[in-house]
Design a protein. Structure first.
Length: 359
């Protein structure tokens, strides 16, 4: 079996820490570097940077690696601005960008007067606009009248031969997953066991077939906490707090894992206020570790490789790690896992589905 592509999602922190993480990824031989697109987030005392500027700045530390945003939303930017930003990163770095888009989170919208209405319809029409604008020119302008998306004779001035970014959807509900199969280049799931991932990938592939698309061309990028430790017990202790905190934001995923959680912390509704971190910690502490035991990658390098193989067998073409090891240990931790994954599979660096943009 071809091993999945491996990458990391940058932890928030000062610029120097972002550079340190990027260098760790490069030195460990991983494939993709990702950053979230937030205005606010956790931890509440960490700086939150604009992602496209950050990726362009960090690209020099990761030559030859692919860059990704996981995820932005369809509300904060006009599609023309979003397309221009993504394609500028591609032009500056020479690599196709992986552009993850979700249905939006209240913390990035509500305090700034940005309405979140009909998110899936908005997401669909934003993807349509991005595709069209990505191949537009003064001789091929775009006119589109969709949900919150209106373009009239619009076009971008990009280098000859420029392509739109690969578009992955960060959706988790039934309709959102169906939308992946219908229109997206890939999917960015989180907080799933290998069994649940397999079930969801099968549904997405059926939706792709119904839409007349090649299901094998859809990239599945699983977003997993990673803790490299002496054994699984030690690794679970390292990731459990972060996992339960994140799970609070996805009540429907919690239900699939057998836990009932309050909808007070749903990412679609939650705003970051001065006391919200404490409230999340208190609520997360009441979720048993057993609930999240099988949604992350942790343990010794060989044990991590075993878990990654389960996700790959379930349909994951790529794994993004949300790391918890200390930064001064990160290079060695990532290198050990990468070697275990590639050694166990007999492969080298994975390419996944085509790295060229698809329409």
């Amino acid at each position: 079996m071809t091993p999945p592509s491996l990458g990391i999602a940058l932890r928030r922190g000062p610029v120097g820490q972002l550079v340190q993480q990027a260098r760790s990824l490069h030195d460990a031989g991983l494939d993709t570097l990702w950053i979230a697109d937030h205005i606010t987030g956790f931890p509440v005392d960490a700086p939150v940077f604009e992602p496209f500027t950050a990726l362009a700045a960090l690209s020099g530390a990761v030559p030859g690696r692919q860059l990704g945003v996981a995820v932005t939303d369809a509300f904060r930017r006009n599609p023309a601005v979003l397309a221009q930003q993504a394609m500028t990163v591609q032009a500056m770095t020479g690599a196709p960008l992986l552009l993850g888009i979700g249905s939006g989170e209240a913390m990035n919208l509500a305090p700034y007067g940005i309405a979140r209405e009909r998110p899936l319809a908005r997401l669909r029409d934003t993807v349509r606009a991005l595709r069209a604008l990505g191949t537009s020119s003064i001789d091929r302008p775009v006119t589109l009248d969709g949900e919150g998306v209106r373009l009239r004779d619009a076009y971008l001035q990009q280098p000859a031969g420029a392509r739109p970014p690969q578009i992955l959807l960060g959706t988790n509900g039934p309709r959102g997953k169906r939308l992946v199969g219908e229109i997206a280049d890939g999917w960015l799931p989180i907080m799933l066991t290998p069994e649940l991932l397999r079930e969801d990938v099968a549904g997405i592939r059926r939706a792709a077939e119904t839409a007349g698309r090649d299901p094998a061309g859809i990239r599945v990028v699983y977003h997993a906490y990673l803790a490299v430790a002496d054994d699984r017990a030690a690794g679970l202790r390292m990731v459990a707090g972060g996992l339960t905190s994140v799970l609070l934001g996805f009540p429907h995923l919690a239900e699939r894992l057998g836990a009932a959680v309050s909808r007070d912390f749903d990412w679609g509704l939650l705003e970051v206020t001065s006391d919200v971190a404490r409230r999340i910690d208190d609520a997360a502490a009441r979720i048993p570790d057993e609930v999240v035991r099988r949604v992350a990658v942790y343990g010794s390098p060989s044990e991590c490789a075993e878990t990654i193989a389960e996700y790959a067998d379930a349909g994951a073409t790529d794994i993004i790690f949300r790391t918890v090891n200390p930064l001064d240990e990160l290079t060695d931790a990532l290198r050990a896992v990468a070697r275990a994954v590639r050694g166990a599979s007999g492969g080298t660096r994975a390419e996944g589905p085509s790295r060229e943009g698809r329409g």
